[in-house]
Ligand binder design. Structure first.
Ligand SMILES: [Zn+2]
Length: 277
């Protein structure tokens, strides 16, 4: 039967692809297929459901700073103090893939004409985990803010301490905390910005002790994950527990701000701190 004979032969798979990678993205919030360019114009936020895609440290430099970041401590790179199996190789691979040296970048920049010390974390680098280098870079950023008497802004995104550096990771919690106490004594403001997710060792140290704590909508924020808590206390947790909205209602964070309004909100806060007299 001629009618049913296939007229066109299917192209081999490598020729079939007409849409380049990254042109379309599926929303993790609602499943909508979104056009890459439009998503970018919308600060990588889904127009349909408001889901905030991750944009990494360079994304925040781009949307928040007036003229980019003058980066410090660029060459600080993690060592392997515990001789953890495969750790140096894993770090090398991630460095090559991401082009980053560590899970945080830090330095100076301007926001709305105000000079600030700015740091932003990167979840794509070992889950934004805090090892010795992240802790050290945060501490140095805090002390630079203190020395220059300029506000500090840290954008967090982290799964917690870096397991492969063991106790040395946990020590960063105390180190960054005590540096922030010095900053507070010097009456220099610290604005902490929480993005999805900010959890465990980072949430339990510098991220949660900002003078103003801002969160992006829908971010998962907390110490232990919900499943661990439920198994430990043997009780069901309330709906939305550890999501930004829940923490706002319970006074843990000050304000939830959509990404498109983040810069303007920070400028307002900076004005409040720096121009009120
Ligand atoms: Zn969506």
């Amino acid at each position: 039967m001629k009618w049913f004979r296939r007229k066109r032969k299917l192209k081999p798979p490598e020729e079939r692809k007409t849409v380049p990678d990254g042109l379309w993205q599926k929303c993790k919030g609602c499943g909508e297929i979104l056009y890459g360019k439009e998503l970018e114009r919308n600060h990588h936020v889904c127009k349909k459901c408001g889901f905030h895609f991750r944009i990494g440290s360079s994304g925040y430099v781009k949307i928040l700073l007036d003229d980019g970041l003058t980066e410090h401590d660029v060459m600080l790179s993690p060592l392997d103090p515990l001789k953890f199996d495969g750790y140096p190789r894993k770090i090398r691979e991630i460095q090559e893939r991401t082009g980053l040296k560590e899970a945080i970048i830090a330095g100076e920049g301007m926001i709305g004409g105000f000079e600030v010390e700015f740091a932003a974390m990167d979840f794509s680098f070992v889950g934004g985990s805090m090892g010795s280098v992240v802790g050290e870079k945060v501490k140095r950023a805090i002390l630079r803010a203190k020395g220059k008497k300029i506000p500090l802004i840290i954008v967090s995104s982290s799964g917690g301490a870096r397991m492969q550096e063991g106790i040395l990771s946990l020590m960063q919690m105390a180190k960054t905390g005590s540096a922030l106490a010095e900053l507070e004594e010097a009456r220099i403001p610290f604005i902490s910005i929480l993005t999805n997710p900010t959890t465990a060792g980072v949430m339990a140290s510098y991220s949660s002790i900002g003078d103003i704590i801002i969160s992006e909508p829908g971010a998962l924020l907390g110490f232990a994950g919900p499943r661990v808590i439920e198994q430990t206390i043997k009780q069901k947790l309330p709906e939305g527990f550890q999501k930004a909205q829940f923490l706002l209602e319970h006074g843990f964070i000050d304000i939830i701000v959509e990404r498109k309004d983040l810069k303007d909100t920070i400028i307002k806060v900076l004005r409040f701190f720096l121009e009120k007299n």
